[in-house]
Design a protein around this ligand. Structure first.
Ligand code: SAM
Length: 266
């Protein structure tokens, strides 16, 4: 790697430098030989090396053009053999269908903090293709995912991820285990799709209702729902639900009830 490489803040380049954490992240993904793994943001390849020890079929997404020649050289053998592919793209602007095969995919990544939330929502949109998601994220985001109702952290991300996934905390990671050290602590989590998610009539309505309920946290549901419902629909729902409540007071079951009721009159 050229000595001139400098870490770019805009791409969240905090590279891991602790072999134990690297091993722990990859081990907890439980990769079997030949399984399809996506790594998002390999940086200089510390996780990539460990992932490759498990002999998977690997797809790597990296946005930084300065890292691409380095990664191409470092992984030339495995790239040539077809056991890995390196995609020089912004993972958020990539059409994921182009890289999804017939096998389910495990994601393993030390994520750039800037894209964590939008990436999680994108993963939800493709959930049927993923077997697990093992990622390092900012502790604050992990706290939002684990938040309880009636707290400031409870929101769209909490409801969505807990509806679709079982979520386990694997490890806390302090800033000094990265280069350069970030200002915040990190957490490794593993998400596995639930097979017991309660049924909703229309999953897109569910996503819209939850998103809309939190679009303005300080406003009542009645006001927020005006963006997606007619006044007749709001009146209909208000016969059986107190729409003067705010999104942060609702349980998953209540969101499902609202969404199913909305679907039945939409
Ligand atoms: N995996 C390495 C490690 O653990 O040391 C690097 C992790 S670093 C937190 C995040 C990596 O994601 C960087 O290599 C960065 O260039 C890359 N990245 C940032 N935004 C990206 C995006 N939108 N699409 C693909 N890669 C991205």
């Amino acid at each position: 790697m050229s000595k001139e490489f400098y870490h770019k803040k805009k791409w969240g380049q905090h590279f891991l430098n602790d072999p134990n954490i690297i091993r722990k992240i990859v081990k907890s993904a439980e990769i079997q030989p030949g399984e399809h793994v996506w790594e998002i943001g390999p940086g200089k390849g510390v996780l990539t090396d460990e992932i490759l020890n498990y002999n998977p079929q690997l797809t790597i997404f990296e946005i930084d053009p300065f890292l691409i020649p380095y990664l191409q050289e470092r992984y030339q053998d495995v790239l040539k053999s077809g056991k890995a592919e390196l995609i020089h793209k912004d993972v958020m602007k990539t059409n994921w269908s182009d890289y999804i095969g017939s096998d389910k995919i495990k994601i393993v990544a030390n994520l750039p903090y800037q894209i964590t939330s939008p990436l999680m929502f994108k993963i939800v949109d493709y959930i049927e293709h993923f077997e697990s998601v093992t990622i390092m994220i900012q502790k604050e985001v992990a706290d939002r995912i684990a938040a309880k109702a009636r707290t400031k952290d409870y929101g769209n991300l909490t409801i969505m991820l807990n509806y679709f996934f079982n979520i386990e905390k694997i490890s806390k990671v302090p800033p000094h285990l990265f280069t350069p050290a970030p200002k915040v602590h990190s957490t490794v989590i593993r998400l596995t799709p639930r097979d017991d998610s309660p049924e909703v009539t229309n999953i897109n309505d569910f996503k819209r209702v939850v998103r809309c309920a939190f679009s303005n946290r300080r406003k009542m549901l009645r006001r927020n729902f005006r963006d997606i419902m007619t006044s007749q629909q709001i009146d209909h729902i208000s016969n059986n639900f107190d729409l003067s409540r705010r999104g942060e007071t609702l349980s998953e079951a209540e969101f499902i009830w609202l969404s199913n009721t909305f679907s039945s009159i939409n």
